[in-house]
Design a protein around this ligand. Structure first.
Ligand code: ATP
Ligand code: FE
Length: 352
């Protein structure tokens, strides 16, 4: 089975051609630079940028794969959740391709695609079997999901305010770093002393698997009140704040993750996805936590942790294979793009 897939839910325009054995025949991605001057993703600009870049990107992907349309079995695209303008652009484009080529269209839940990425064969040394625990941590999402089967997900907890990536980006901005701030903050933290400031670790020690980061962000803001002009902030102080913030947010995350591990005792491993998983300090601590519970820790290569079209194609393959086992044929051509699409609504595909 070969799938052509499109991802357009945030600020990455991506297209891929993926086979059911996990081989990626082609992948193209355009990470939109249009937002840098605004210090964050502007939804309207993102939608227009997807529109400008998608046709060329799909053509490039087809050329790179060097295959004929007759070899492609279905067209898949993100149908939500995400910035609705971009999702409309990508899914409508994919539906157009599917109709023109008389192929089924498969509408993919972006979070489900992140959740299934670790199952792409050859992606890690582990063969990933259900059930497992996923920590998804990006600019728009921060949640723990017990992945029980295709279409069967239990959200153990999520953020009640900011996502972790959002907190990294906002604190980085306060420190005068450019967007996206996560990588810049991690680099600056290496120059600092993480024990300089004792910052709050929201929800630490409380039951449950929810996250909260806004109090931590406010605490950093309070340290900076005397530096209205950020250019006067001494670099050493900025580095100490960055390191202390990184320590606090990591410690808060690890505490919540430990509760998630306890709440899903049959998990075969701990997996992660999302851009924040690029943070080496956080990764090291998640690895230590996994070791404590004798769980393998699987983190896909960074290009598959962040938004990409390979995971969309792979999710379509998993769904189509599951449907075939249940003697079902799927064509989501009438599926409408959704800004919100909780994973709890996924199993309906196979229940009906
Ligand atoms: P979505 O939430 O829809 O998946 P997104 O564009 O926010 O979309 P990603 O591309 O997965 O998600 O992640 C981007 C986020 O990851 C940004 O907030 C960025 O600051 C953060 N990030 C990237 N690298 C690091 C790092 N080394 N340390 C901390 N945060 C990081
Ligand atoms: Fe994502």
């Amino acid at each position: 089975m070969i799938i052509l897939s499109i991802e357009s839910s945030c600020d990455d325009t991506a297209c891929a051609i993926v086979c059911s054995d996990g081989t990626v025949l082609a992948e193209q991605i355009y990470s939109q630079k249009e937002h840098v001057q605004f210090g964050g993703v502007v939804p309207e600009i993102a939608a227009r940028a997807h529109l400008s870049h998608l046709s060329d990107l799909v053509k490039k992907t087809l050329n790179q794969a060097n295959i004929d349309w007759k070899d492609i079995n279905a067209v898949a695209a993100t149908c939500g959740p995400g910035l609705i303008g971009g999702v409309i652009v990508g899914s409508s484009f994919a539906k157009g391709l599917a109709l023109a080529r008389n192929l089924p269209f498969i509408g993919i839940n972006h979070i489900e695609a992140h959740a299934l990425t670790v199952r792409i064969p050859h992606i890690s040394e582990h063969q990933v079997h259900f059930p497992y625990l996923l920590f998804l941590t990006s600019g728009g999402h921060c949640q723990c999901i017990h992945v029980k089967d295709i279409g069967d997900y239990h959200r153990l907890g999520g953020t009640i305010d900011d996502a972790a990536g959002e907190a990294f980006d906002k604190v980085a901005k306060m420190l005068g770093l450019s967007w996206p701030g996560g990588p810049a903050l991690e680099a600056l933290a290496k120059e600092g002393d993480e024990n300089t400031f004792s910052l709050p670790r929201p929800l630490y020690g409380r039951p449950g698997c929810d996250f909260s980061f806004s109090g931590l962000k406010t605490a950093v803001g309070n340290l900076l009140t005397e530096y209205e002009n950020i250019d006067t902030l001494p670099r050493k102080l900025a580095a100490n704040i960055a390191a202390s913030f990184q320590k606090a947010i990591t410690s808060a995350i690890i505490n919540r993750l430990e509760n998630a591990i306890k709440a899903s005792p049959n998990s075969t491993l701990l997996a992660t996805a999302g851009g924040v998983a690029a943070n080496q300090y956080l990764r090291k601590h998640i690895q230590e936590l996994a070791n404590k519970y004798n769980l393998p820790f699987v983190a896909p290569p960074m290009k598959y942790c962040t938004d990409n079209a390979v995971m969309i194609g792979w999710a379509a393959i998993e769904i189509l294979q599951q449907a075939a086992k249940n003697n079902k044929v799927i064509d989501d051509i009438s599926m409408l793009p959704r800004p919100r699409w909780p994973l709890s609504e996924m199993s309906q595909i196979f229940d009906s």
